[in-house]
Design a protein around this ligand. Sequence first.
Ligand code: FAD
Ligand code: NAD
Length: 399
Amino acid sequence: MNKPRIVILGAGYAGLITAAKLKKELGYNEAEITLVNKHDYHYQTTWLHEPAAGTMDPEKARVEIKSVLDTNRVQFIKDVVVEVNTEDKKVVLNNGELEYDYLVVALGSEPETFGVPGVFEHAFSKWTVNGARQVRTHIDYMFSKYNSEDEKRDELLTFVVAGAGFTGIEFIGELSERVPDLCAKYDVPKEKVKMYVIEAAPSALPGFDPELVEYAMNLLESRGVEFKISCPIKEVVKGGVVLATGDEIKAETVVWATGVRGSSIIEKSGFEAMRGRVKVEADLRAPGHDDVFIIGDCALIINEEINRPYPPTAQIALQQGEVCAYNLKALIKGEETKTFKPEIKGTVASLGGSEAIGLVFGKKLYGTSASFMKKMIDNRSLYIIGGPGLVLKKGKSPL
Ligand code: FAD
Ligand code: NAD
């Protein structure tokens, strides 16, 4: 009998772990496993605020897929997924097609704009390695341009972050930490630099522990960050943002961090979805598709305790990768699949330098202890992906 063909789309946290675990779950002759990703590297999405602000070399966030995956067992294809055709059990790629018996869609997320015009034209919104490189280079260029022009234009040194969720807060944490060095490097007086974080909801980090939110805001304000809370952005225009109040902030740098939606491939392929996320069955399969698993940021899972979706996180994506691999093995061997239940250990967010905030197993952490914890979590994800060798090569010093 032919070996079942398992095709995994996306080598982020969810897809890469599925591939690695499948290799362990199934013997050589039990399945043909293929992983497709648009780059020949995985990137640590959870680190991208650092290279974007320029506090980390973007190279550090990239992990060559061949270095962490046994490509003798898992065939790797570098290509872009265009669409899934579930009727014919085919995946359309930029450079060909793939047939599958079982499919895993783990294509991550895309920026959510909530219909605000101008985001893709005038803001930086791509949380990818290439997107981070672009922001970093642009920031340096703004500093160098300020002093090289005769007319001193304040908008060159005005940085707007849209959204005070975890991405926006972590990015401004890094940028505000780096500003003194940038000012020294480019001969710019520090008081000339303006950093705004603009949030639509009545609080930064809505829903997070208020004491930790206050700590983060006080710290960031002490570094020169100005928060505009309950202040939705209505439009991004060339050279700035327009607020719901009608006021405009002139800024040559707008970084968009107002949340995510699942990959556009989901809706393009006809899966029923809410903001690009499919409300998956208990065992992570797409409703009505017994041969398709949807995991990571493309999947929507309800937290029954509060009857709201779990926020899309790497923590959940990694756990789903493990269960997805187990369930694929179960289907192939005619066994029972198991239910996915997220095990939420907590949330820790970096604030730049040796500062962070966190809530871990219900315990609040601030400052250096939170920062230590964040770096340990970052190293743990490296360990899960590539073992101790990868931690030695790319790991963060916890001090
Ligand atoms: P991803 O990790 O985004 O991987 C998707 C993969 O699919 C990528 O390799 C991509 O290149 C590939 N791909 C996409 N489209 C195509 C295509 N058409 N064809 C081929 N390949 C494609 N979560 C936490 O739990 N903790 C944190 O501290 C944390 N920090 C974050 C910090 C930042 C700055 C950001 C942006 C997010 C953070 N998150 C964090 C959220 C977390 O990164 C995501 O939930 C997680 O990456 C989702 O994993 P995934 O495998 O679904 O997708
Ligand atoms: P988010 O949805 O958590 O936050 C986006 C914020 O933007 C919200 O507070 C929202 O009110 C605001 N917003 C929306 N529209 C706006 C507008 N027009 N003007 C101004 N503000 C607007 O999204 P995120 O921060 O991008 O995070 C995405 C996911 O990644 C989340 O699940 C998050 O938990 C996760 N993440 C986790 C960490 C961490 O654990 N350290 C870090 C980054 C991201």
